[in-house]
Ligand binder design. Sequence first.
Ligand SMILES: [Zn+2]
Length: 144
Amino acid sequence: MMDPGFEAAVEAARKSLREGGIPIGAALVRDGEIVATGHNERVQQSDPIAHGEMSALRAAGRQKTYRDTTLYTTLAPCAMCTGTIIQFKIPRVVVGEAETFEGEFDLLRSRGVEITVLDDPRCKEMMTSFQHEHPELWAEDIAE
Ligand SMILES: [Zn+2]
């Protein structure tokens, strides 16, 4: 199963890893077309708000509506990204994995957001290795 939106999110996560950053990527998709991609830029830009989802939404620029979009992300969205998904009324989120970080699925579902978890082994591998090699960076990203 090759979903171009999801593959773009995975590629963005890999790009971040190559740059020495946190390997989390995202893509905003409308009608099967990728509007924008982004990845975590905490390390690259010293920007604590630039999670993968936030970076993709920033790259997408102004949108008249998000009601016809799907947000792909390699990892379950945190509270900040969940708040943005709710605020922008994005109806669907496709998540690579939620094992290494459980995110805020209850909050998303409570606001009617449809969640699909792909349980993707590449995403799990990327995050498991990263958390093992850079525990301090990971702790910083999730404010632990
Ligand atoms: Zn986040």
